[in-house]
Design a protein around this ligand. Structure first.
Ligand code: SF4
Length: 84
């Protein structure tokens, strides 16, 4: 299994949960909005398996559903796998 993640910065409310839950993957920009630090929030680099559990915790804890996860890369588009 592969796992990729990306933050939709259009909906992030800068609550600060994900950076506490998984600081190896999520950090904040100068506006306090979260981003994935391993690939500049492109969602194209596989998450190291060691962090799967923490990333899924962050995904489940995000109050605005801004953290996206997928077994396929996002290529910079957080809405890539959402149904229209
Ligand atoms: S948990 Fe969600 S809303 Fe909060 S900072 Fe992270 S991405 Fe943004």
């Amino acid at each position: 299994m592969s796992l990729f993640t990306i933050v939709d910065k259009e909906t992030c409310i800068a609550c600060g949960v994900c950076g506490v839950t998984c600081p190896q993957i999520f950090d904040y920009d100068i506006n306090g909005l979260s981003e994935v630090i391993i690939d500049d929030n492109h969602g194209s680099k596989q998450i190291p398996e060691l962090f799967y559990e923490d990333v899924i915790d962050a995904y489940e804890s995000c109050p605005s559903e801004s953290i996206k996860i997928s077994e396929k890369p996002f290529h910079g588009n957080p809405k890539k796998y959402e149904r229209l």
